[in-house]
Design a protein around this ligand. Structure first.
Ligand SMILES: [Zn+2]
Length: 398
């Protein structure tokens, strides 16, 4: 292939693809334009030549770079292209790509509501659903990216361990079946689509839910868009067939009453309306309220590092419990048992990577923040006994 031809192919590739990772950009390019068409030396040469123009490149998706990103309050989602200072000029140049237009993929991959689509809207098939921008993949139940989260799921009765109660769902992740919709014959892992949905939980991203006609609670025919849900938690447990499944507990942002009123005309004839009093769900609703409250007090800034992470879908912060809820800890779901943390510090705090001194409120165990006091707002009283509980757990785990 001619030099010019390869160059224009590379440029075209860059414009179309949001997924050229810096680590192996040369081999990725080689794979895409055909190994016989260009050797690595040639590609390297062209990339370096191109680097005289206007450049941006994708940041490595690692824990470390996420930290870098949050430090600079960068957007956490969507393909992101910028220069990482840790690289020498030549290395950086190699990772550089030119992108004049934003790639189509990026525009398609949207979190939250889709303009022009209402809860209860019906679609004849998966194709129509994709056209509307609700859920693009023709087969997969989860529409997500391993490094960015999942924006949509479709329930179509393919997994025996699914539990669907309209306003809450125990949703089984993808994989491990002999044929799609068949028997579970292998363990599922938190990888690919399952990892994406896990991230939606970690980063509190909203997930669109669509139900198919195959479900009891689905529409009479076709597919129905049922609105946004939050992924409240995830776990890896043994399913009915004895293999590990990735399970996601998801709740609607609407109440069961609202959902039933909105969807009433689409339900099957034998649908029995659900009446719910003070159940698990309303407890979870309260919990959501508390989490929103604490995030508001701190304006989404982490009490440990004082950083707020902006994304096109709003700021990301986590209302984290100091003494964990549920067995065996049984911490209360109250503001005085909560902290507002960024995703990184939340993960580290939960995994006992550091603790907060119950007497002084100083951070212990984080290199650069060691011995600094956490930020505490006047409106937020923290119960020291919960910090003590966490400290005891910290000692057991360190
Ligand atoms: Zn933080």
């Amino acid at each position: 292939m001619e030099h010019k031809e390869i160059e224009s192919k590379i440029l075209e590739l860059m414009r179309r693809s949001a997924y050229l990772y810096e680590n192996n950009i040369i081999s990725e390019i080689q794979n895409k334009i055909g190994k016989h068409n260009a050797n690595p030396k040639k590609i390297k040469h062209i990339l370096l030549k191109l680097s005289d123009k206007k450049f941006i490149y994708k940041l490595k998706n690692s824990h470390e770079s996420q930290l870098n990103r949050s430090r600079r309050s960068q957007k956490m989602f969507g393909p992101e292209w910028r220069l990482n200072k840790n690289y020498s000029k030549e290395e950086a140049n190699l990772k550089i790509v030119e992108r004049k237009e934003s790639p189509k993929v990026k525009e398609d991959f949207i979190f939250g509501e889709i303009e022009g689509v209402k809860v209860g809207d019906l679609f004849t098939d998966r194709k129509e659903l994709a056209k509307a921008g609700i859920h693009k993949p023709p087969m997969h139940g989860i529409w997500g990216r391993e490094s960015e989260g999942a924006c949509s799921i479709v329930l179509s009765g393919g997994y025996e361990d699914d539990i669907d109660e309209i306003d809450f769902i125990y949703y089984t992740g993808a994989g491990g079946q002999n044929i799609p919709g068949g028997k579970q014959v292998k363990d599922q892992e938190f990888k690919k689509q399952n990892q994406a949905l896990k991230l939606s939980c970690d980063y509190s991203l909203p997930v669109r839910v669509t139900r198919g006609h195959q479900l009891l609670n689905g529409p009479r025919e076709g597919y129905r868009y049922d609105g946004l849900y939050n992924v409240e938690k995830y776990e890896r447990v043994k399913g009915k067939s004895g293999f590990f499944i990735c399970r996601f507990y998801m709740t609607s942002i609407s109440s069961i009453e609202n959902l039933q009123t909105t969807l009433v005309e689409t339900f099957k004839e034998d649908y029995v309306p659900v009446v719910r009093e003070d159940t698990v769900v309303s407890k979870i609703k309260r919990s959501v309220l508390n989490r929103e409250k604490i995030k508001k007090i701190y304006d989404h800034k982490c009490q440990v590092c004082n950083i707020s992470i902006n994304t096109p879908n709003g700021n990301i912060a986590i209302g984290a419990h100091i003494k964990a809820l549920g067995k065996p800890h049984n911490g209360p779901d109250t503001i005085d048992n909560m902290l507002c943390l960024c995703p990184n510090h939340h993960a580290q705090y939960d995994a006992f990577g550091f603790y907060i001194d119950p007497k002084t409120f100083k951070i212990v165990g984080l290199d650069e923040l060691n011995d600094k006091k956490i930020k505490i707002d006047k409106k937020h009283k923290i119960q020291r006994e919960f910090l003590e509980y966490h400290f005891v757990e910290f000692q057991k785990n360190n």
